[in-house]
Design a protein around this ligand. Structure first.
Ligand SMILES: NC(=O)c1ccc[n+]([C@@H]2O[C@H](COP(=O)([O-])OP(=O)(O)OC[C@H]3O[C@@H](n4cnc5c(N)ncnc54)[C@H](OP(=O)(O)O)[C@@H]3O)[C@@H](O)[C@H]2O)c1
Length: 296
């Protein structure tokens, strides 16, 4: 099996490559410089010459707050890029697996969102990702979109690394507790992507949207507390003595975020026979990957 990966230098792309290394598949990674997903001619040339069996799109514009100012850029990468990939994949009979986000929802529910729930993005990033999903569904008869939430991994910039950096600089941190979701490690999401791709090839997983995150529920405050507990177990020197739970209204950001964005994972678990680790266990694994297995 020949798999083309876009956005291969991102946090998900990096871990996906590591996981696919052991799969026996021929994997052809492209970072943004090698393949810009908004460049129609480049996509046609690369896909036409390599003839991949599958394309996994890890490329995205992911700067949620900046997207409020850079609407056109966000839509170009998150809507037009996936549209081009979908058209080309459809033309070449390749599978497409695309990654989307919990930010397609407005967070007004109080029970986990399933794939059929009404979408209503609160910010430009979410709108642009939703537009990408719609373009793929319009252009392909068979596809797979995985919506994930609160992604972090050992590579790239993310909440885990930001909290550790801030905690090494400041004595006190304020973190919001009225936004609730589920942190998702890029290694566990990579395993889910690979499992879904295999089921798409053997015909046992249907075309459509799937939700994935680690198990459990957390606020950003809960997640930050767990990150710092893990950091201390790994012997990191932290200046921070207290983390204060605060309300979102006291931490204004350019982009509005859903208050509740827990995803219901029943569909992907059934389709792929997945047993998904709890977010706290997944965090331990990532912290060990980052800082070594220095505690018992
Ligand atoms: N991060 C989260 O919390 C989160 C949550 C839910 C869902 N997701 C989704 O999960 C997926 C993976 O996210 P991630 O966290 O791995 O993102 P990431 O670390 O920001 O990686 C995205 C990659 O896409 C590349 N890229 C940007 N524009 C491109 C273009 N025009 N052509 C080709 N590549 C381009 C970026 O390159 P440069 O670095 O050079 O710009 C970067 O390497 C995305 O679809 C994202 O929307 C993320």
């Amino acid at each position: 099996m020949k798999i083309l990966i876009t956005g291969a230098n991102g946090q998900l792309g990096t871990d996906l490559l590591l996981r696919l290394d052991k799969s026996g598949a021929i994997v052809i990674p492209f970072d943004r410089e090698a393949l810009d997903i908004t460049d129609a001619r480049a996509i046609a040339r690369v896909v036409g010459s390599l003839k991949p069996d599958a394309i996994i799109n890890c490329a995205a514009y992911t700067k949620v707050d900046l997207a409020e100012k850079e609407r056109d850029k966000a839509f170009s990468v998150n809507r037009d890029g996936p549209a081009l990939l979908a058209r080309t994949a459809q033309g070449h009979g390749a599978q497409l697996i695309h990654i989307s986000t919990d930010f397609v929802f407005d967070g007004k529910k109080s029970s986990p969102y399933n794939e059929d729930d009404q979408t209503a993005a609160l910010n430009v990033y979410g709108e642009s990702k939703l537009a990408g999903e719609i373009e793929i569904a319009r252009r392909m008869s068979e596809y797979a979109i995985i919506r994930a939430s609160w992604l972090y991994g050992a590579s790239g910039a993310n909440f885990v690394k930001t909290i550790i950096r801030l905690a090494s600089e400041r004595e006190r941190l304020n973190v919001v507790y009225d936004q609730v979701g589920a942190p998702t490690s890029t290694t566990d999401l990579s395993d889910a992507v690979i499992a879904l791709l295999q089921r798409r090839f053997d015909g046992t997983a249907k075309s459509g949207v799937y939700h994935f995150s680690n198990e459990g529920v957390a606020s950003w405050y809960d997640f930050a507390v767990a990150i710092l507990n893990e950091a201390r177990l790994h012997g990191l020197s932290l200046k921070c003595r207290s983390i204060e739970p605060i309300l979102s209204k006291d931490y204004p950001t350019s982009a509005r975020r859903p208050a509740y964005s827990v995803l219901d994972k029943t569909k992907i678990k059934k389709a792929c026979g997945l047993v998904i680790p709890h977010w706290a266990a997944a965090l331990k694994n990532t912290m060990s990957a980052l800082y070594g297995k220095s505690y018992a």
